[in-house]
Design a protein around this ligand. Sequence first.
Ligand SMILES: *Cc1c(COP(=O)(O)O)cnc(C)c1O
Length: 464
Amino acid sequence: MDSNLLRKLPKVDDLLNETEIQSFERELPREVIADKIREVLDEKRKSILLSKDETSVPQSYESVVLDIVAALSLSKIKTLRRTINATGVVLHTNLGRANISAKAVNAISEIAGRYSTLEYDPDTGKRGSRHTHTEEIIKKITGAEAAMVVNNNAAATMLCLAALGRNREVIVSRGELVEIGGSFRIPEIMQESGAALVEVGTTNKTHLSDYESKINENTAALMKVHTSNYEIIGFTETVSVAELKELGKKHNIPVIFDLGSGLMTDLKAYGIYEPTVFDGLKEGADVVLFSGDKLLGGPQAGVIVGKKEYLDLMKVHPLARVLRVDKMTLAAILATFEEYYDAEECKKNIPVLSMLTTDRDTLKCRAEYLAQQIRDKCGDEFTIKIMTEKGMVGGGSAPSAVLENIVLTVTHPKISANKLAQSLRQGELPIIVRIHDDKMILDVRTIFDEELIMIAQKLSDIIA
Ligand SMILES: *Cc1c(COP(=O)(O)O)cnc(C)c1O
C-alpha cells in the first residue's frame, strides 16, 4: 500500500479555513464542523485503503471542499422541520395533526419567551392556579360546569378513570373497546388507571339492559367511547349517551363520554357526521373527554369538561400533576377556544376547519393554479390531470366522512412515481405526496396557497 496516496488528502485545519466551509460557522459550532470534516475525510481514507490505487483519491482539493459543504448542508437540516402536506389528509398524525390558528401561534410566542401570570394572580399578588385561565373560557364556550386541560386525550381518559374508578368497576360496550393509533387501547388504559373494565354486549349489539345487568355497588361509572376511527354497520345496536344518562341517574352513577375528536361546530353540510362536544353535554354526559389537536384544531392536549364534583376529584388527583400541560399549550388552547366565540369566523381562522370547509370551486382554482405553475416552470415535462377523489379527515376521525377532494395526478415519462415522491421528500422542506396506481397524487385540500409555487419549483429542480 502506497501511504503517499493517503497523504494526498487535505488537512482538517486547512479545510476549516476555507471561506465556503467557514460560512457554516454562523449556524454550526466550529467543533461540529471539524467533526463533519473528519467524517468526510475518514470516508475518503477508507475508500482509498479499499481500492489501493489512484482511482479513489479525490480529483482535486476543490472537490473535497464541495463534498464537505454538501455534508454540512445536510447536517444543518433539522430532523423536526416544516413540511408541505400534499396528501389531502387534514389531520395527518405523522405530520403533526392539527395546524393551529395564527392567533394560537402568536399566543405561544407571547407567553413562552417571557414571564407570565401562569400561576399568579396580579390582583391579589398571591399564587394562582394554571387551570383558571383555560377553565373560564372553556366553560363559557361549551356551557359545561367545569373544565380542565391535560397533556392529550389519552391522559384525560387515564386521569378520569383513575379519579373516578380506581379499585372499582367501569362498564363499557364490547363494540367500543377501541384502539387509537400509537398503542392507546381502552382496555389497557383502563387497567393502567386501576379501574376494572366490565365489558357488556357484543361487537355489533349492546342493549341498555346489558349495562343494567352489570350494575352493582362497586360500579363507578358507565362509559361511552366514540368509535372515532371505525364504524360498525349492518345489524347493529348501540346505547346513546342520553339512555346511559337515564340509567346512571337511576343508580346514581356518572356517565363518562370519550368523544375523541372535540368537534365544536356542525360540519354536516361538509360531509362530516361526528358528534360535537355540545351533543355530548346536551345528552347528559357527566364528563366529556376530547383531544385538543383533532377536530378542535388546537395544540396537542386533552380537554375534560363536565360536572364540577367530578372535575374537582380529577384536579386534586396526584396524576393531574403528572399529566399537566405547560404554559405554551395553555396559551394555545386558550386562543383556540377564543376563536369559537364567532361560529362562522372560526371556520376561516382554524386551519383544520378551513381546510375541511373549503368549497369545491376554491379547490378547483387551487388545483388549476398548481397545474399552471408546474407547466410554467417545467414546460411539458409532466403529464398533469385534474380529478375528483374521495377525501379523508385523518387522525382517526370521521372514518365515513364524504369529502370531495380535487387532486392532480402528475406523471413523468422517465421518472417513476416512487422516485418523484422520494425526491420531493428530500431537502429542508419535504413535500409529502400520495401514490396511487403508480401515479403521484397532489391533493390541494391540505396545501396552503403560498406552498403551491414551492411545489412547482421543487418539481422543476428535480427534472433539472
Ligand atoms: C384520538 C382518541 C383518543 C386519544 O387521544 P389523543 O389526544 O391522541 O391522546 C382517545 N379516545 C378516542 C375515542 C379518540 O378518538
